[in-house]
Design a protein around this ligand. Structure first.
Ligand code: FAD
Length: 318
């Protein structure tokens, strides 16, 4: 039995949770879900379509504000109720935090950023390490096996046979200590072009080659024309040309789009750590020997201030 911590937002089950449910089915076991907070009929229908047998649902005052340790208590209750031997979550900030709490409480190891898994006893996983710059194989012999699934490791796919998604309320013992670290207020970030950077299908990247804070005009236009997100290198954020939340890399966002277009980015290892999961890379750079160019699927060698306007003109012409 596999239990998946599923995250839900206004649009229903979030995409990376649907990916994780797809991943869970590939382990060959029955799949249950644990949901903390609001569920809703639409999300329940989605869970059924992804083959979920039972939804273990935790609600109540303790979950009104997000607290990682309280969610962990709910997930542990879900483990007991389902008898699951495997526990999965998407590699979101919440998935990582909650499963780390659970693993510590269950005194078992946790494998983060898992791309694939084989076998069952022990389960052998391949996961991204060193910020995605290397892969590691890990054998998880203890039960429950606890792992987070890297974004876009699999395509989200409904099950051939839907599950019942019967909802069972969980009795969760939340202690005062579980609520010490909790969200007390949230602020909406300023509107920006990096929205959805981590889950974007197309990302336009911009590095020092942009030249200055005023050198982003054609890059922003390309971002808009492709309905893409903008991601930048650390040089760009350090120089104050663009805000930090747009940064891609070891100390920024990890992205895994279908297409990444790094313009004027050298491809330093710390940047590569954030974009190595991109399925295709089209590098635009003046230097044919830049690491980003040598690793790219396609490259255009030239000045981005000439190449990008030409691409934009061609897109507009079509
Ligand atoms: P550069 O390395 O200077 O490269 C600029 C590139 O633009 C060159 O390849 C050049 O040929 C090309 N170019 C110049 N002009 C043009 C033009 N007109 N048209 C086309 N191409 C042009 N970096 C990150 O990005 N993300 C991180 O999260 C991150 N974390 C870090 C963490 C640590 C602990 C450390 C030490 C460093 C980190 N860095 C990170 C910094 C990283 O090492 C690099 O310094 C940075 O990625 C380089 O940014 P860049 O490629 O924009 O600039």
């Amino acid at each position: 039995m596999t239990l998946v911590l599923v995250e839900i937002d206004a649009g229903g089950v979030i995409e990376v949770s649907r990916e994780t449910l797809t991943f869970a089915r590939s382990l060959g076991d029955l799949v249950d879900a644990v949901v903390v907070g609001d569920l809703g009929d639409a999300a329940r229908d989605q869970l059924a379509s992804y083959g979920v047998r039972t939804v273990h649902h935790a609600t109540g005052e303790a979950f009104d504000a997000y607290a990682g340790a309280a969610w962990a208590a709910a997930v542990q209750a879900g483990l007991r109720a389902s008898g699951a031997t495997h526990l999965l979550a998407a590699g979101t900030p919440r998935g990582m935090e909650v499963l780390a709490h659970v693993a510590a409480r269950e005194d078992v190891p946790m494998a983060a950023n898992v791309l694939s898994a084989e076998g069952s006893d022990p389960i052998v996983v391949t996961r991204q390490v060193v910020g995605g710059a290397a892969l590691e194989e890990m054998r998880l012999a203890q039960s429950p096996t606890v792992l987070t699934v890297a974004g876009h490791a699999v395509e989200p796919r409904p099950a051939d046979a839907p599950g019942a998604a019967d909802v069972v309320d969980l009795a969760v013992d939340v202690s005062e200590a579980d609520l010490v670290a909790r969200v007390v207020s949230t602020e909406e970030p300023e509107p920006d072009l990096s929205g959805g950077l981590r889950s974007a299908r197309v990302v336009v990247g911009a590095g020092r080659g942009a030249g200055s804070a005023d050198g982003f005009g054609e890059l922003l236009e390309l971002t808009e024309l492709l309905d893409a997100s903008l991601g930048v290198s650390r040089v760009v954020t350090s120089l104050g040309w663009r805000p930090h939340h747009e940064q891609v890399g070891q100390t920024g966002s990890r992205i895994s789009p279908d297409l990444y277009i790094p313009c004027g980015i050298s491809g330093a290892i710390q940047h590569w750590a954030g974009c190595s999961s991109a399925k295709n890379i089209l590098a635009i750079n003046t230097d044919p020997d830049a690491p980003m160019v040598t690793k790219a699927t396609y490259a255009v060698i030239g000045d981005l201030h000439e190449v990008v306007p030409a691409i934009n003109a061609e897109i507009r012409r079509r």
